[in-house]
Design a protein around this ligand. Structure first.
Ligand SMILES: [Zn+2]
Ligand SMILES: [Zn+2]
Length: 267
């Protein structure tokens, strides 16, 4: 058992506010700092289902990656999801804390955890790109298809699988990645001497521009992985770190996938 404010003090040390982007609003978003916490659930997104799950498992705290109120809220009626979530959390006595961009880029953060788990040896964080994401090399050069299969095995299962653009037989070693929605890094990724760039939430035009440019200049292949899956791996890391720091609190990773897609249909 710990008081929530004690946990928060620790969170602020491992996910310092100095790493928070100006548009981001992580931190305590629901709950009372004086609340007693004996059990905590970890999730990428807070949904009605994850609050129910936390409550059913006896958790008084959810640690999420994505903040609940990024775009502001003007009412919290239960007609709308944010209000319904806030009301359910209050009724169930579940507090919600988020660590977002302040957890994305720190050592042991979201991008670094993804890199480590898919076998990328991280190199120094010197330039603008690698401050935000991660650049590293594979232990052994691997074919693009072989590496893609190994990534799919490491990630939790999702309907979209792993989407790849590039020659399946291309041998790759130097990889750049940004966990989460990283399309704003596409242009910079072209100049980093990469064999492959990995991120999530890629759309048609920017992806096509990247691929065209890459084809012209012998640039990197491109991989689009599920945003939820990419960031989910970090939860296991947080679970083991926090369990070590607070032995009297139970930390569990949510069993619920908050990837938005349930299935795909092939022709
Ligand atoms: Zn994200
Ligand atoms: Zn993130």
């Amino acid at each position: 058992m710990e008081i929530l404010s004690t946990l928060i003090k620790h969170f602020e040390e491992i996910w310092p506010d100095t790493g928070t982007e100006s548009w981001d609003f992580p931190g305590l978003m629901l709950g009372n700092p004086n609340q007693e916490i004996s059990s905590c659930m970890l999730t990428v997104d807070v949904t009605l289902a994850t609050i129910e799950e936390a409550s059913n498992n006896g958790a008084q705290l959810i640690i999420a990656h994505h903040p609940l109120f990024l775009h502001g809220a003007h009412e919290l009626s239960e007609i709308n999801p944010k209000g319904a979530i806030a009301a359910l959390a209050a009724r169930k006595g579940v507090a919600v804390y988020a660590a977002h961009t302040n957890a994305d880029f720190v050592a042991g953060g979201v991008s670094e955890t993804l890199a480590t788990r898919i076998g990328v040896d991280i190199q120094g964080k010197s330039d603008d790109f690698s401050k935000q994401g991660v650049i590293g090399t594979l232990k052994e050069p691997t074919s693009l298809i072989g590496f893609s299969r190994s990534v799919a095995k490491v990630l939790p299962p999702v309907a979209q699988g792993v989407k790849v653009s590039g020659d399946p037989d291309k041998v790759i070693s130097r990889i750049g990645l940004v966990a989460g929605a990283g399309d704003s890094f596409l242009e910079r990724a072209l100049d980093q001497n990469l064999d492959l760039f990995i991120t999530s939430d890629l759309r048609h035009h920017k992806s096509l521009d990247f691929i065209e440019s890459s084809n012209l200049n012998d640039g990197p292949a491109l991989m689009d992985i599920s945003h939820w899956a990419a960031e989910w791996l970090w939860l296991e890391r947080v679970q083991s770190d926090l369990a070590g720091a607070f032995p009297s609190v139970k930390f569990e990773v949510s069993d619920i996938s908050t990837d938005p897609w349930d299935f795909v249909v092939m022709q």
